[in-house]
Structures are given as structure tokens and as C-alpha cells.
Design a protein around this ligand. Structure first.
Ligand code: SF4
Length: 141
């Protein structure tokens, strides 16, 4: 699966849920709370492959899935040559919690140790009902 196809598919799932919650009259904060992992794993099983195993992508007590993907994530499905490597994704803020997966000189951003976009306070600070608006710069690498 390419980054862009995952991105578009995920944005659609996100929009479907947010539209439903808005129709039910939920506030901005209630919508963010709805995306808490413990609730999503019960209510929105198709949102993330990990839900079927009740598994979190990050080892956090309170993990929020509203900003799965990250506004700082940058991807390019064709890759960019950097010396002897080809980079397909990176972190635009060079988070100290981020690193790279490397395979066959291909570099992909590794966010597994970074909790930045999964905290409720961060989500409320960068909030928009439209997932693609929050992620508008992600495909600009
Ligand atoms: S390392 Fe952290 S801040 Fe950077 S793209 Fe990944 S999740 Fe976002």
C-alpha cells in the first residue's frame, strides 16, 4: 500500500466518523474523547488494523487516535535520493523520539517511539474537524 492510498483511505474513515458525531451533536472535546483508543477499539473496529488484537501502536496509558498519522509527517511515494539512500518519509520537526526504518537503502520515518500527536492536549491545540486540513503538508515532501 502506498502512503497516499493509505492516507486517502484513512481520511475517509476519519470523516465518516466525525460527520456521524457532529450529526449526534457532540462538541469538539467530546469528539476528541470519542477517539480515545479504549472507546475506538469497541466502537470503530475498522478504523485501525491493530484494534482486532486490542493492540496500541504506542505504549501509552491514554492514547488518542484522532491524529493517527501526524501533521509533522512528510511522505513521498516516489522517494528522494539522498546520497546513497532513497528517503520516502521523514519528520519535519526532527522529533528526538523519531528515527528511520532502513531496508535496502530505503529510508522510512519511524514514529513508534514518538507520542507527540497522540496526546489530547496536542490534538486540541491542532484541532480541525477535517483530517486533511490538519495533515495538509504531509504529502509535500
Ligand atoms: S516522529 Fe513524532 S512528530 Fe515526527 S512525524 Fe513521527 S509522530 Fe510526528
Amino acid at each position: 500500500m502506498t502512503y497516499i492510498s493509505w492516507f486517502n483511505e484513512h481520511a475517509l474513515k476519519h470523516k465518516t466518523i466525525v460527520d456521524k458525531l457532529l450529526k449526534n451533536g457532540l462538541s469538539k472535546e467530546a469528539i476528541v474523547d470519542y477517539f480515545d483508543f479504549d472507546n475506538m477499539v469497541k466502537e470503530e473496529k475498522d478504523f485501525c488494523l491493530l484494534y482486532q488484537d486490542n493492540k496500541k501502536c504506542h505504549d501509552m496509558d491514554s492514547l488518542n487516535c484522532y491524529l493517527c498519522a501526524c501533521p509533522h509527517f512528510r511522505f513521498n511515494d516516489t522517494g528522494r535520493v539522498e546520497g546513497s539512500k532513497i528517503k520516502f518519509s521523514h519528520c519535519s520537526i526532527d522529533s528526538k523520539y523519531g528515527s528511520f526504518f532502513e531496508n535496502d537503502n530505503k529510508l522510512h520515518q519511524d514514529c513508534t517511539k514518538c507520542e507527540i500527536p497522540h496526546k489530547k492536549s496536542y490534538i486540541l491545540k491542532h484541532f480541525d474537524y477535517d483530517f486533511k486540513k490538519i495533515m495538509k503538508d504531509c504529502s509535500s515532501f
